[in-house]
Design a protein around this ligand. Sequence first.
Ligand code: PLP
Length: 481
Amino acid sequence: MAPTSETKALLQKKARQRCHWLPILDKSSGVLYLSLVNQLAADIANGTLKAGDTLPPQRLLADALQITLGTVTRAYREAERRGLTEAKVGSGTRIRGQQVDLPNFHHLSKALADSIDLSLSTPIPSSLRGEQLRQILLRLSSHHAETENAIVYQPEQGNLTHRQRLAHWMNAQGLRVDAQELLLTEGGQHADYLALQTFVRPGEAVASANITYPGMIAAAKQLGLKHINVSSDAQGIRPESLDRICQQQKIRLLYLMAEYNNPSCEMMSEERRIDLVEVARRHDLLILEDGVQFVPASHRGTPFFELAPERSLYIFSVSKILDGGLRFGALRAPSPLMPKLSSALRAQCWGIAGLMGSVICEWIDMGGADQLIDWQWQEVKHRQQHLRQQFKDYDLRSHEFGFHAWLNLPEDWRASQFVEEANQRGVTLIGPEPFCVGSYPAPQSVRICVTPPRDFSIFAEGVARLKHLLEQGPSMSTALI
Ligand SMILES: Cc1ncc(COP(=O)(O)O)c(C=O)c1O
């Protein structure tokens, strides 16, 4: 016997009492299961549902909303496909964690003792760095004026002589910056954070490619900003997508990497840059160009601060040239924006340590930075050539001088499985999740960094192991998961 309307109402009442998530469904609008998924996405975005929350059992939600079980099942499946949720046998469907951590060093603790690290974008280790630093410290120790100058409070924008020396070197590298437009920072991540903190208020929105540098994702999240993902093609962020988004909502700042996107390696043509500038001008966006991944001038396009100087900020760091522990970089900004940046820096830490500026400028002036950078570019190029050659039958995207490549895995692989099996074979990789903005579904791709191994032979061994893994395909045990 079919349940009476009274029984149905009672069932619904009880189900509603037990359901901890009760979306408001517009039953008159279009396809019901999509309406349910959209409501789910909205409730994740507005914080009603948080990472790790479980969704109500499907039958319960169906009863509570008076819709069919099939509709809920379809909606849950679609939510998982979009990367909003993950279903685990025995523990139901959970909201996926938005993984906003920087690729950090924790994952290395899970690696086998002698694992080959191809996961981090670090400079190639070389004893030359330490040797040069020791020489610089010796030179500085007898340099009275410089050391006296380094210990006093510095202007918020950074010591003027240091800015001039850095600007001089950047010009020699083809970056036409003026010392007055530079603000010294503790590296690239600091510059990213400072730019967001200064120009985007909590609740306002920044936009970037849908797959981007995780430090930017983390900074936006930490500052309570909306982070909107924009679709890309082989040349990076698509101007028409950005334009459409800007028509729908106010975006304050566009973050991008023009030479090659970290991690997915799209490279912007001159035309693409010009088109993006046009959109930025139309909607009054600031442009934050991240130039931390430093490539030779011959392989660099026109920086945005030359195309749109009035609205472009540019991030420079020595992290990929000298080394990451030095924590030294600079933010180029149009002069009218400098007072706001200086005030924000003062509120944070007054100014960066003068002593590090002295070390870096000495390093640059004595030619050590040039020596390191030239050696490293040649070595990176050699490694990239090797990787391309070995992976010529696979869908690999890379830049000739890039610190990493992006491998779109063959269809039989899931990225998580590939990372796991590579780990079992002694190669450490990071999967795609930390790079995905918002609920953008992670592609089945992995980033392969070419720089962490000290020696080419170790790098080549790592590549050989990955190639072998691809040739063999997923192991049965994981393939069945
Ligand atoms: C694109 C990009 N931006 C910024 C950073 C952070 O640079 P820094 O180490 O100077 O803070 C990195 C570091 O990997 C990076 O890849």
